[in-house]
Write a protein that binds this ligand. Structure first.
Ligand SMILES: [Zn+2]
Length: 172
């Protein structure tokens, strides 16, 4: 009688774990698909960064194949644009968990990401494509916390990318 009870409890426990796994998978899928499909979302600004920076080139970031969503749906891999911050022109921390001032800023350059997520408008994309290592730019981005249909995640869309001369950068 007692062992039956234990087995019953264990089965229930397994069911619970199964439910949690299913829920997590659903949650993950919904969150991931949210990156590509336009849905109702709200955006909290946590910090605002306006900098003078130099372009550090493009890096290939690899997915390490550690989750069941790798490599197609995990968003771990891709091309990353790297910038080194020389100075801040403006910095605002508007949320408790907003990023501090950064010395380096990287962002993914994915054709599939919407402008809302990446901030990469066609104009900024063409500026990026024209950059060579060491070029000076005005680079701004926001650190947002985005809520989309029950999922919340940070996003750091760029809000400005303009090529400037070294002389202009020195005078700022
Ligand atoms: Zn991955």
């Amino acid at each position: 009688m007692q062992s039956n009870l234990v087995i019953f409890k264990l089965q229930n426990y397994d069911d619970l774990i199964l439910l949690i796994i299913i829920y997590m998978k659903y949650f993950y899928v919904v969150c991931l698909s949210g990156h590509n499909i336009l849905k109702m979302s709200t955006r909290d600004l946590l910090s605002k960064h306006e900098t003078v920076a130099t372009f550090g080139g493009l890096e290939e970031k690899r997915c390490r194949h550690k989750t069941s969503f790798c490599p197609d749906r995990c968003r771990h891999g891709g091309t990353v644009a790297v910038f080194h911050v020389i100075k801040y022109l403006n910095y605002e921390k508007t949320g408790k968990y907003g990023d501090q001032k950064q010395e380096k800023f990287k962002f993914f350059v994915r054709p599939s990401d919407s402008v809302e997520i990446s901030g990469l408008t066609p104009e900024r994309r063409s500026v990026l494509e024209s950059l060579k290592g060491g070029d000076h730019v005005l680079l701004s981005w926001n650190h947002d916390y985005v809520h989309t249909e029950g999922c919340s995640s940070p996003q750091r869309p760029i809000t400005k990318l303009i090529k400037i001369s070294k002389e202009d950068a020195d005078e700022m």
